[in-house]
Design a protein around this ligand. Structure first.
Ligand SMILES: *[C@@H]1O[C@H](CO)[C@@H](O)[C@H](O)[C@H]1NC(C)=O
Ligand SMILES: *[C@@H]1O[C@H](CO)[C@@H](O)[C@H](O)[C@H]1NC(C)=O
Ligand SMILES: *[C@@H]1O[C@H](CO)[C@@H](O)[C@H](O)[C@H]1NC(C)=O
Length: 222
């Protein structure tokens, strides 16, 4: 069924979740040099500590375009497709200042097409923490905005079924700062996500307009 297939595509391209458990790392993207390829240590994480609320987040200042530039994940999808990551960006909007819902439009390429995936993240009483509802409560994704300066970078944590994925978003791909990339690597390492678990994304060829046939609506859920 087309609907089911679209949802699977949404899950696959969003890559913020690990549906299939973790497997051995078979390789990551190769766009940044890495010191040594050591076999990855089994990450030890305490799910409760996973998503630090580092600062008071002004969600209004988070709105707008963010380019995904790096992901740290144990997802087997990324492990096997890590070298084929596609340029990805998201557009965050609030419909009003008092809105408790963040609208998330993600655009990415798949089979040479641009796709747009629409989602909502619910704000929680805790600043910088949001929830992406799953089809069942245990499938919810808890999201934390770990660190951001609003106008150059944001480090996001996604936690689903006890597994964590981290993403580094930037406002502009023209000038990626080395200290920022290093900081992301260090924070990922703290979660047990060493270099073998990092998946840099292309900083060019992002999608513009997406035709209606390639919009996947994951509101309220997928
Ligand atoms: C981001 O989304 C808002 C609300 O849908 C829209 O008005 C705006 O044009 C979008 N920005 C881009 C660059 O697509
Ligand atoms: C992409 O990032 C690389 C490395 O930071 C940089 O040299 C290059 O100019 C960037 N590309 C674009 C289109 O900004
Ligand atoms: C890139 O950032 C560095 C350090 O912030 C700055 O010195 C340089 O002028 C920037 N380059 C461009 C093309 O914006």
């Amino acid at each position: 069924m087309a609907g089911v297939w679209r949802c699977m595509l949404a899950v696959a391209v969003l890559m913020c979740v690990c549906l299939w458990g973790s497997t051995e790392a078979v390789g990551g993207a190769k766009s940044r040099p890495r010191p040594q390829k050591r076999p990855p240590k089994k990450p030890k994480v305490d799910p409760i500590d996973l998503t630090p609320a580092a600062q008071n987040i002004d969600i209004q200042q988070m709105t707008g375009i963010w380019y995904l530039i790096n992901t740290a994940s144990q997802c087997s999808y990324l492990m096997t497709h890590g070298t084929k990551v596609e340029p990805t960006l998201m557009n965050l909007t609030l419909s009003s200042a008092s809105d408790q819902t963040l609208y998330v439009s993600t655009k990415t390429r798949h089979n040479h097409h641009c796709w747009e995936i629409l989602q909502v993240y619910d704000l929680t009483p805790t600043s910088g923490k949001l929830t992406l509802k799953g089809t069942r409560p245990e499938l919810n994704t808890e999201i934390a905005i770990g660190e951001t300066d609003y106008n150059s970078y944001a480090i996001m944590y996604y936690q689903k079924m006890g597994k964590i994925t981290m993403k580094l978003y930037v406002r502009s791909v023209d000038n990626l700062s080395e200290p920022m990339l290093t900081k992301f690597e260090q924070l990922a390492e703290k979660q047990g996500l060493g270099l073998a678990y990092l998946f840099p994304f292309p900083n060019y060829s992002h999608c513009g307009n997406v035709d209606k046939d390639h919009v996947i609506n994951c509101v309220p859920t997928c």
